[in-house]
Design a protein around this ligand. Structure first.
Ligand SMILES: [Zn+2]
Ligand SMILES: [Zn+2]
Length: 149
């Protein structure tokens, strides 16, 4: 029979040797780490930009601007682009109308400017990259499929 006090001590000893910080994920891509570091730096210097849609504070490289200068995060623009694509497809079924001449600004002031193609492409690329990373992370946390027995 073990002495319960001794067991507690052993437990405590075990706890004290457990590292409190998780080691960096070796599979995390360098760019993501760099972006995180940038974000921390910007947070410290107060050099963040607020998205006019979701009000998140983000680093400059995560932002896009409409031609009138309204700033949004790439995630919001990507979401609007996706909705616009689905909307156009739905509208085309009914009216076969003209394609939109760019993604319109969605600022609450009712801005009529659009985003240039480069900004849209950047937002969509960032969105797809995040989706890919999320899928990869989800795949890592799920147990591997049973390979027969
Ligand atoms: Zn946003
Ligand atoms: Zn605008």
């Amino acid at each position: 029979m073990y002495d319960p006090d001794l067991l507690r001590d052993v437990d405590r000893l075990h706890l004290s040797t457990t590292p409190t910080t998780t080691p960096p994920d070796p599979t995390a891509d360098d760019e993501h780490v760099a972006r995180q570091l940038n974000l921390e730096e910007y947070t410290q210097t107060g050099d963040l930009i607020t998205c006019a849609c979701c009000w998140d504070d983000l680093a400059w490289e995560d932002m896009v601007a409409c031609r009138a200068g309204h700033l949004f995060c790439t995630a919001c623009l990507a979401r609007v682009v996706q909705e616009a694509v689905f909307g156009q497809q739905a509208a085309a079924l009914v009216t076969d109308g003209p394609a939109a001449d760019g993604v319109a600004c969605f600022h609450s002031d009712g801005c009529s400017a659009t985003f240039d193609d480069a900004s849209v492409a950047r937002a969509v690329a960032a969105y797809e990259r995040d989706q890919k990373r999320e899928r990869a992370a989800a795949a890592r946390t799920q147990p591997p499929a049973a390979a027969g027995d």
